[in-house]
Design a protein around this ligand. Structure first.
Ligand SMILES: *Cc1c(COP(=O)(O)O)cnc(C)c1O
Ligand SMILES: [Zn+2]
Length: 432
């Protein structure tokens, strides 16, 4: 098996142990469990050789606009191993009307709800499928009720690799439908999510399946970092490349947080660019959690290394997490970037859905809308200022959770009006 050409290895964020690039896609032996205190491994890259070999202008000019353009920075040995279902780019839009409504002069929306399976998770699942192919694994597997499983089923279908998904018996039928549609084999486990997770771990170990589980597989945040690489390219292009540089970083960036893998990946993308000298400064990264699922925000405020589990019950199901599995990467992202955690009420999350759509053109599921609720709270609290360049990432499409959209509309007093099929009735209803 050939190895990713610029990956030097993986370092444990708990004990500092170093693993070669061909180490198993698993946590460090110091803490092989997968809870909040897992032996999380962080990929390390040969930035000196990358800088000498890769021209950022070539990446910017690549005729393939998907994440394939970043392949030297991805844990794959060949670009062609990525599934053919293009992951990215997703739009980065200067959201003038939404920004004006909130008093933000330079607000940008990055809509990852527009990836193939309708959430940011495709960025990680494409890497999982590519690595599974490189390792000759017969099956890719994950335990998840939500977007990670949908993304894995989608990317696996694109290359004809069998996907096996373990969900708790109580998983919502609509979410399971997306998995089944893409041909995944789904096991509804009699037990909790943790039981499903444990069975998936055991099955992968016993049968040699490729394990995509968040917090277990160290390469998932490397896939998710492409959201930062991509938006930095787009931001430079939107600003007309005044400085001539192909990449540009915003001042601040907002993203919602559950397990912490996405925010960890967002940080890693900008860290790569900074190490390569392709951006001048690290943006401040703000992680947004619901008050009803705030384990990482609590740990950040307490200065803790590891979060204390909570009993999460937020309506935003994609960020409802008791014991975050990628805590170390999440806390590093916030601390090392000089950002903060912001917590918002579920009510503010649902209220953020309508302005995002009406003024920003983005249809977000609650976990995605949380990021916009958090940006507004941060402006109120003085964490960001009105003139700063701010990027808000929508992590999932509103079509993932239509009942939440219906709830937001109903709370706004909206609803279809019943009328007779005549112009007179329409005139009366419009009062014209
Ligand atoms: C998975 C997910 C998140 C949270 O990502 P973590 O890596 O668990 O922090 C946020 N929003 C959406 C839509 C997601 O699917
Ligand atoms: Zn370790």
């Amino acid at each position: 098996m050939t190895l990713p050409p610029f990956l030097t290895g993986l370092r444990c964020m708990c004990c500092g142990a170093f693993y070669p690039p061909n180490a198993p896609d698993a946590p460090c032996a110091c803490r092989p469990n997968t809870g909040s205190d897992a032996g999380t491994l962080d990929a390390e890259w040969d930035y000196t050789r990358l800088r000498a070999t890769i021209d950022p202008a070539t990446i910017a000019a690549d005729p393939d606009p998907s994440i394939g353009r970043f392949w030297p920075l991805l844990p794959i040995s060949e670009r062609a191993h990525l599934p053919p279902l293009a992951v990215g780019p997703t739009p980065l839009t200067h959201a003038r009307r939404l920004g004006d409504s909130a008093g933000m002069a330079a607000l940008y929306l990055k809509d990852d709800g527009r990836l193939p399976s309708a959430s940011l998770k495709d960025r990680a699942s494409a890497i999982a499928v590519a690595r599974a192919i490189e390792q000759g694994a017969p099956v890719v597997a994950a335990a998840s009720t939500g977007n990670a499983a949908a993304a894995l089923a989608t990317q696996a279908a694109a290359v004809g690799l069998p996907a096996i998904i373990f969900v708790p018996k109580t998983a919502p039928a609509a979410k399971v439908a997306q998995l089944l549609t893409f041909g995944a084999t789904v096991f509804a486990v009699e037990g909790s999510y943790d039981d499903a997770f444990d069975l998936c771990q055991e099955a992968c170990r016993s049968f040699g399946w490729y394990n995509r589980n968040t917090g277990y597989n160290p390469h998932m945040s490397e896939g998710k970092k492409t959201v930062s690489l991509e938006l930095a390219l787009q931001l430079a292009a939107l600003r007309g490349r005044a400085s001539g540089a192909p990449f540009a970083a915003p001042d601040a960036l907002f993203v919602s947080v559950g397990d912490g893998c996405i925010v960890g990946g967002v940080y890693k993308g900008f860290y790569d660019l900074l190490q390569l000298g392709w951006i001048a400064q690290m943006p401040r990264i703000y992680g947004v959690q619901s008050t009803l699922s705030a384990a990482l925000a609590d740990a950040w405020r307490a200065g803790a290394k590891v979060p204390t589990p909570v009993n999460a019950r937020t309506r935003a199901d994609s960020i409802s997490v008791d014991a975050p599995r990628d805590a170390r990467k999440a806390l590093r992202a916030i601390r090392a970037s000089g950002g903060a955690f912001v917590v918002v009420e579920d009510e503010a999350i649902l209220q953020a859905i309508l302005p995002l759509a009406r003024l920003g053109g983005v249809f977000a599921e609650p976990a995605g809308a949380a990021a916009w609720a958090g940006a507004q709270a941060a402006l109120r609290d003085g964490l960001i200022s009105a003139g700063e360049t701010v990027v808000v990432i929508n992590t999932g499409s509103g079509l993932k959770d239509v009942p939440a959209a219906m709830q937001a509309v109903a709370a706004d007093g909206g609803g279809a009006q019943l009328i007779a099929p005549t112009l007179d009735a329409l005139r009366a209803a419009l009062k014209i």
